[in-house]
Design a protein around this ligand. Structure first.
Ligand code: ATP
Ligand code: SF4
Ligand code: MG
Length: 379
C-alpha cells in the first residue's frame, strides 16, 4: 500500500531529523564534554566477513571473524593505544569507528548514543566529529590532487565548516598547524617526504575540526627518526584542539610515549586494557606479558633478571579461531578450561579485592596466577 509506505518514510525522515539535531547539538557542545568522561563506548563489536565458495553460485561456507567481540571506552581528551599482531583486527575496528565498515554486531556509542546504525543526516553530523588518519602516507593521498585539494576535500561534503571563499585560507592555516609551509598549497604529494605526507594526512583529518581522531598506524611506514616528530606533532595538536585519540600500532613500544591507556588485541578481541602503568608494569594477561618480554630493556641489571617469553606458533586463522580462549594454542598457561570457556574481559576477582595496579581488565581465567613456565620446560 503506497499510502502506508509514504507515511512510514515521512515518519522515518522526521525521526532521523530529530536524531540529527540532537546529535548535532551534542557534537557542537564539543569541548564542554568533561575530560575523562567516555566520549566513545564500544560494546560487543563484531565484524564477520562472509566466506563464499564457487564463482557463479556463491555458497556461504563460513566467516572471517576479523573482530569478534571488542569492548573499550575512549575517554574525552585521552589517547587510547590499541596494539596487537598483524591480522588481529585493529584496522577493522578503526574502520567501524569511522563508518567505513558496518559492524556485524555490537554498539558504538558516541556521547551515549549508538551511532553504528545511523544513516543520512544524523550519520553525517557524527562522521564529521570522528576522523581517521591512515597508515600509509604514500598510498592514502591521491597523487593527482594538489595538497590544497586533498586537505580541503572534506569541505565539499561539509561546506558549512568552511564556506567556499574561506577555504584556501583555512587550508593554509591547517598546513601551518601541522608544521608545513602554507605556500606549498599547490604542490602534489610526490613533492613531499613520507613524514611531510603524513602531516598532510593529519591536516586533512583536522579539517572538519573533529573531536576524535582514529589514527591507524600513523607512523609505521615512517623512518624511526621521523616517527618521533610525527608523534610529537600529534601530542601537541591534542592539547591545542582538545582531541581524543585512538592510536593503533603494531607493538607496545610505539604507543608507550603517547598513550594514557592501552588496549591489547589478540585475534579479534581485546585481551587486556588499562592505564599505561598497569599495562607496562603490571601486565596480567599471558599475551601482554609475552609481548612485553620481547621489548628491549636498556638497563642491563633488569635484563639479567627478566624472563623472556617466546611466543611459539603462528596466529590461528580468524576464519577458524580456537574454541574458548582464542590465545590458548600459544599460551604457556593454558589448561582444559581454556578450551571450553571464553574468558570475560573483567578485573580478576583477587586483584579487584587487593586493589593496586594489577586491578584492571584482563581476559584470562588464570590471570591471578603469576607462575610462568621457564622456557626450557616448554614443549
Ligand atoms: N574485506 C575483508 N574481507 C575478508 N577478510 C578481511 C577483510 N578485511 C580484513 N579481513 C581479515 O580480517 C582480519 C583482520 O584484519 P585487519 O586489517 O583488521 O588486521 P590488522 O590488525 O589491522 O592487521 P595489520 O597489523 O596487518 O594492519 C585479517 O585476517 C584480514 O585478512
Ligand atoms: S584463559 Fe587460558 S589460554 Fe587464555 S590466556 Fe588465560 S591461561 Fe592462557
Ligand atoms: Mg591494520
Amino acid at each position: 500500500m503506497p499510502h502506508h509506505d509514504e507515511h512510514g518514510t515521512r515518519k522515518e525522515a522526521r525521526e532521523e531529523g530529530r536524531q540529527a539535531r540532537k546529535l548535532l547539538a551534542r557534537a557542537q557542545a564539543g569541548s564542554s564534554y568533561a575530560a575523562g568522561e567516555p566520549i566513545l563506548e564500544v560494546r560487543g563489536l563484531k565484524k564477520h566477513y562472509p566466506l563464499t565458495q564457487g564463482v557463479v553460485l556463491k555458497r556461504h561456507v563460513g566467516a572471517v571473524k576479523a573482530v569478534d567481540g571488542v569492548d573499550f571506552d575512549l575517554r574525552q581528551g585521552e589517547t587510547l593505544g590499541i596494539v596487537g599482531e598483524s591480522g588481529c583486527g585493529k584496522s577493522t575496528v578503526a574502520k567501524m569507528l569511522v563508518h567505513l565498515e558496518e559492524p556485524t554486531a555490537g554498539a558504538i556509542r558516541y556521547k551515549g548514543e549508538d551511532i553504528s546504525k545511523l544513516s543520512g543526516r544524523a550519520l553525517k553530523a557524527v562522521r564529521r566529529n570522528i576522523q581517521m588518519v591512515f597508515q600509509d602516507p604514500y598510498t592514502s593521498l591521491n597523487p593527482r590532487m594538489t595538497v590544497g585539494d586533498i586537505i580541503g576535500e572534506p569541505y565539499e561534503i561539509h561546506p558549512e565548516v568552511a564556506p567556499k571563499g574561506s577555504r584556501r585560507q583555512r587550508v593554509q592555516e591547517l598546513l601551518d598547524v601541522v608544521g608545513l609551509n602554507p605556500e606549498y598549497i599547490n604542490r602534489y604529494p610526490h613533492q613531499f617526504s613520507g613524514g611531510q605526507r603524513q602531516r598532510i594526512g593529519i591536516a586533512r583529518g583536522l579539517a572538519l575540526r573533529p573531536e576524535i581522531i582514529v589514527a591507524d598506524e600513523p607512523v609505521s611506514a615512517l623512518d624511526v627518526s621521523v616517527q618521533a616528530q610525527v608523534i610529537n606533532l600529534l601530542d601537541q595538536l591534542q592539547s591545542e584542539f582538545n582531541l581524543s585519540y585512538v592510536f593503533i600500532a603494531h607493538d607496545l613500544s610505539i604507543v608507550r610515549h603517547i598513550s594514557n591507556r592501552v588496549g591489547v588485541m589478540y585475534l579479534g578481541r581485546v585481551v587486556e586494557i588499562g592505564s599505561d602503568e598497569q599495562i607496562y608494569e603490571h601486565p596480567t594477561h599471558p599475551y601482554t606479558q609475552a609481548l612485553l618480554s620481547a621489548v628491549p630493556v636498556p638497563n642491563p641489571a633488569a635484563r639479567e633478571t627478566r624472563e623472556r617469553i617466546i611466543l611459539v606458533g603462528d596466529v590461528p586463522s580468524p576464519a577458524n579461531p580456537p574454541s574458548g580462549c582464542h590465545f590458548r594454542t600459544r599460551c604457556w598457561k593454558a589448561r582444559d578450561k581454556c578450551a571450553v570457556e571464553a574468558p570475560e574481559l573483567a578485573v580478576p576477582a583477587w586483584f579487584a579485592a587487593e586493589g593496586g595496579p594489577a586491578a584492571h581488565d584482563s581476559a584470562c581465567h588464570f590471570a591471578e596466577e603469576k607462575q610462568i613456565v621457564p622456557s626450557d620446560e616448554r614443549p
